[in-house]
Design a protein around this ligand. Structure first.
Ligand code: SF4
Ligand code: SF4
Length: 248
């Protein structure tokens, strides 16, 4: 993916781009070995039921995504970010936030619902890369697990427990999620080296925030308070949605 050589955070973008390539290679090797031994991964091109999950990213990942989006996509991300924040401000618990995100905030605006294609495929964040399913996509659909009857829930739980690709709790592929940690490690290191702080939070909110020059100027200067004040003034702040931590 082309990274502009004049971008002020070019070092971070290049490092993230390399981290994605390295993750893609390692994930392919793991999937090849797993399927050779008879394991099944159900993800395929055009499948998108997981694109309505809340997504946590680093600002480093959000910057890379934003650098590859056109104006129309950035506008749709901003609109989605406002829905995310509204949900966070009114939800009474994490469970409510999570379920309303999937059902009401809805699908990522970068998704083409007709083809199932991701509009930012090359620049999608780590969470979108490391989410794979060991069960049919039906189980990823919003409502499927929530509406299982008791008997089906018990068989789902049993099937998850005996599947070597899961963590025993859900049908998502745990070793690939573990590989995805390497992306976050690179992001953490790069943010500390370049900005002396780390920023983590919602994908759409951070992708919107990183478009704002004053916010990014505060980040680049390592000024936690100025950055959070600017995010507040932009109406893009919520303590559960954006976290800015100074290096110790
Ligand atoms: S995680 Fe589930 S919904 Fe997402 S691509 Fe894989 S099978 Fe499809
Ligand atoms: S960035 Fe792409 S893969 Fe990730 S949620 Fe959005 S459409 Fe889906």
């Amino acid at each position: 993916m082309p990274v502009s050589p004049t971008h002020p955070d070019q070092e971070i973008l290049t490092a993230m781009s390399r981290a994605y390539s390295s993750f893609n290679r390692n994930a392919s090797v793991w999937i090849e070995g797993f399927t050779r031994q008879g394991g099944e991964i159900h993800c395929q091109s055009g499948c998108f039921h997981c694109c309505n999950f809340p997504i946590r990213v680093s600002l480093a990942e959000a910057l890379l995504t934003a650098s590859q989006l056109n104006l129309e996509q950035l506008e749709s991300v901003k609109f989605h970010a406002q829905k995310v924040l509204e949900n966070a401000r009114t939800a009474s618990s994490w469970d409510e936030y999570f379920s309303r995100h999937r059902q009401e905030v809805g699908f990522c605006p970068l998704l083409d619902r007709t083809t199932g294609a991701c509009g930012a495929y090359e620049a999608r964040p780590g969470r979108c890369r490391d989410t794979f399913s060991a069960f049919s996509a039906e189980y990823c659909k919003v409502g499927t697990l929530e509406h299982l009857n008791r008997k089906d829930r018990v068989s789902y739980q049993r099937a998850v427990k005996v599947n070597p690709a899961t963590d025993g709790l859900s049908h998502y592929v745990a070793p690939l999620e573990d590989l995805g940690v390497s992306i976050w490690e690179v992001a953490s290191r790069q943010m500390r080296q370049s900005w002396d702080l780390e920023v983590w939070g919602d994908f759409w909110v951070l992708t919107t925030l990183c478009q704002d020059e004053a916010f990014m100027a505060a980040i680049r200067a390592g000024q936690v308070k100025s950055a959070s004040r600017r995010a507040t003034n932009l109406g893009l702040w919520h303590v559960e949605i954006v976290q800015i931590e100074a290096s110790r």
